[in-house]
Design a protein around this ligand. Structure first.
Ligand code: FAD
Ligand code: UDP
Length: 372
């Protein structure tokens, strides 16, 4: 008899498997319908021996010391500050928009103070910042919004930024200094030997059994367990009772080139050209040295594996209905990006899983106290 059946071997499922086995001595079966652990953060060496991320670029960054210290139990790190260029008006300029972006784009030599004045002169006043359009036009005005954000967002999400929650474009700040890092988090590190190795270390415990190529529904009724942790799509769990929750999917086009370097930055964004949103060159992220180089293009689409919950009011309303079903199913814990329909980064999923673990252990301590 297993104490826990865990559905999904991504961050949500693996963190909980590890904590439950290591800290509470629980017997855990973790299943994934894919043929590998790691969920969307899975990386592997391709046919040319280059470490690539199967499901697009994954860059670890967090402000949470707890999350960083927790993951440090399973990996060493390689310091890595992420930088992105974006192709606008025939030039490659830094994004987030900063002093260098504007000076290069318009051939100017503004100071930070002058740039603040410039932004103030072009910004559109908004009473309320509700949408992803509001966020950008209220800071940098319409022209820069059109050049950098509008088309990228339409391509990525299949809808106009004016229909998307403000939290989406708010992920990308605007700066008046020359800081061209994509993230400013306290901890910006990549797992030294890759994400998959880190997951292997997390799941390497005599009380954890891993079963791949298996949908939990195939084994749910034949393998006994007490409670479930579920990290798949929440609407699927409830057989789409209230209709499908919309997700965005992606096609990944991986390529290897017979040269050392392919592009001038780890990621290049293409807001206004091509069907793909961005290209990523993995060696920048991993620090690997190799005579060849591997890249990936991301082509957004509506159907396919669910990768991104779509943050907008009507979807949040639909999710609330599923959330109330989930709340009424106490023997199943819903954790992770798909099970809680949140556009979470890896560190946020780890934090959420650690929180669920705390709740489970608090409940268990209480039950033990009552028994005694
Ligand atoms: P997942 O990783 O999706 O794991 C869920 C697992 O459950 C999957 O492996 C799935 O196969 C399995 N599953 C589902 N249903 C079933 C079933 N019925 N039976 C068995 N198994 C099932 N985050 C960052 O912090 N930095 C980044 O740079 C970053 N880049 C990203 C780029 C892309 C293109 C994408 C899509 C995401 C990115 N993320 C990034 C987000 C990151 O991938 C997620 O936060 C994290 O992987 C979510 O972990 P999870 O465990 O919730 O879900
Ligand atoms: N975005 C944009 N132009 C860019 C970069 C980002 O319009 O050059 C918008 C777009 O809507 C994107 C969102 O900001 O989906 C968040 O960007 P991020 O790089 O965080 O996306 P992710 O890595 O999660 O795909």
């Amino acid at each position: 008899m297993f104490d826990y059946l865990i559905v999904g071997a991504g961050f949500a499922g693996s963190v909980l498997a590890e904590r439950l086995a290591n800290q509470l001595n629980k017997k855990v079966l973790i299943v994934d319908r894919r043929n590998h652990i790691g969920g969307n953060a899975y990386d592997h060496y391709n046919n040319d021996g280059i470490l690539v991320h199967k499901y697009g670029p994954h860059i670890f960054h967090t402000n949470s010391r707890d999350v960083f210290e927790y993951l440090s139990l399973f990996t060493e790190w390689r310091y890595y500050e992420h930088r992105v260029l974006t192709s606008v008006d025939g030039q490659l300029v830094p994004i987030p928009i900063n002093l260098d972006t504007i000076n290069k784009l318009y051939g100017l030599n503004l100071t930070a103070f002058q740039l603040e004045e410039f932004f103030a002169s072009v910004a559109e006043a908004r009473d309320k910042i509700l949408t992803s359009e509001d966020v950008v036009v209220s800071k940098v005005g319409r022209e820069l919004y059109e050049k950098f954000f509008r088309n990228y967002t339409c391509k990525q999400w299949g809808i106009d930024p004016s229909e998307l929650d403000r939290s989406v474009t708010a992920r990308v700040p605007t700066r008046t200094n020359r800081d061209n890092r994509y993230f400013t988090d306290t901890y910006q590190e990549m797992p030294q030997y890759g994400f998959t190795r880190m997951f292997e270390n997390m799941l390497n415990h005599p009380h954890i059994k891993v079963m791949l190529n298996t949908d939990y529904r195939e084994i749910q009724t034949v393998i006994p367990y007490k409670e479930m942790i579920y990290s798949g799509p929440v609407d699927e769990f409830f057989d789409y009772r209230f209709g499908k929750l919309p997700y965005r999917s992606l096609d990944f086009k991986h390529q290897t080139h017979d040269r050392q370097v392919f592009q001038s930055a780890p990621v290049v964004n293409y807001p206004n050209e091509h069907l793909y949103t961005r290209s990523t060159e993995f060696k920048y992220l991993t620090g690997q040295e190799h005579t060849k180089t591997s890249i990936v293009y991301e082509f957004p689409k509506a159907e396919g594996d669910p990768y991104y919950p779509i943050p907008r009011p009507e979807n949040t309303e639909l999710y609330k209905k599923y959330k109330s079903l989930a709340d009424a199913t106490p023997e199943v814990h819903f954790v992770g990006r798909l099970a809680t329909y949140k556009y979470y980064n890896m560190d946020q999923v780890v934090a959420q899983a650690l929180m669920v673990f705390k709740q489970i252990s608090a409940k268990e301590s209480l039950e033990m106290a009552i028994i005694r």
